[in-house]
Design a protein around this ligand. Structure first.
Ligand code: NAP
Length: 273
């Protein structure tokens, strides 16, 4: 099966590519800077902001994994138009986010999910919790330089999910039957607070790492100072409101149900297992 992976070099896209190759799929790995070719992987340039790159990337694709156009103006319109142009694609797996149906409409995932459902294709929606891998890449700067992670997450527990499990679930949904019309809430096997997560990470790395519970307004100001647009700021605030309200603490069996193995734990991620 030929699969186009949009966002192929990111935290979720990389394990999706790996899992697809392991299942014998031919992957077209799409990003603005798509990286090098590898067995079973053809890099292709794709930019949400440049429609001329869309059709060449989509050509011949039967399956599509799509990380949506976050950070772009009009992210709803872009997803809508991409799905309109996805000629031969018969299976779509969308990366959404846990709680997409409970978030305010300024977060575009509910609109993306609606478009995927209405696309006339066999669709599967993945709603992962926050990624364990954020602690290695997403939150990197403050942790690396000061050993401090400041977020407006309060002391709420989060059942962080390993992106390798997200990748496996996506690859299974794209390459086998029985996953059409499914929405999978993907979590790790237990919930822990950001403080607990950093304690485990600190013990493993021999560093003192500290979580700082930020006031939402201070977090928003820091985002604005870093160049974040107003919509991106509100979007992040909504996601963290969901966390503080306990919406990211539940543990689901979806990873186990789809892959047949238990979801990878945070301690296993920290140990590099
Ligand atoms: N991080 C989490 O904990 C988490 C949890 C649940 C859901 N999500 C959702 O996951 C999404 C982010 O996915 P991710 O964490 O895998 O992202 P990521 O690690 O930031 O990677 C983004 C990927 O998209 C590509 N990309 C960025 N801008 C692009 C553009 N204009 N056109 C084409 N490709 C572009 C990047 O490559 P180039 O830069 O080379 O283009 C890269 O391959 C968001 O929608 C978020 O809501 C994240």
């Amino acid at each position: 099966m030929n699969v186009l992976v949009i966002g192929a070099t990111g935290k979720s896209g990389r394990p999706v590519v790996d899992a697809l190759v392991a299942r014998g799929a031919k992957v077209r790995a799409a990003a603005r800077t798509p990286g090098a070719a590898a067995p079973g992987v053809e890099p292709v340039r794709f930019d949400w902001a440049d429609r001329d790159t869309w059709l060449p990337a989509l050509e011949g694709a039967e399956g599509l994994y799509v990380v949506g156009p976050f950070g772009q103006p009009e992210p709803e319109l872009l997803m809508h138009q991409l799905l309109d142009q996805a000629g031969d694609v018969r299976r779509v797996v969308l990366l959404s986010v846990l709680g997409a149906d409970r978030l305010p409409s300024l977060v575009p995932m509910a609109s993306w999910e609606h478009d995927v459902r209405m696309s006339g294709r066999e669709w599967t929606v993945l709603r992962p919790n926050w990624f364990q891998q954020n602690f290695g890449e997403g939150f990197a700067e403050g942790l690396r330089t000061r050993g401090v992670l400041g977020l407006p997450a309060g002391d709420a527990a989060v059942s962080f999910v390993d992106t390798r499990d997200v990748g496996e679930v996506a690859a299974i949904a794209l390459t086998s039957d029985g996953h059409g019309g499914q929405v999978y809430d993907l979590t790790g096997p237990s919930a822990l607070t950001h403080g607990e997560a950093l304690r485990l990470l600190g013990q493993a790395s021999g560093r003192t790492l500290r979580y700082e519970a930020l006031e939402p307004a201070d977090f928003a100001d820091a985002m604005r100072r870093g160049g974040g647009g107003e919509r991106a700021v509100e979007w992040q605030l909504a996601l963290f409101r969901h966390v503080r309200g306990g919406g990211n603490a539940a543990v689901t069996s979806a990873v186990h149900d789809v892959t047949g193995h238990p979801a990878r734990s945070f301690p296993a991620y920290v140990a590099g297992a």
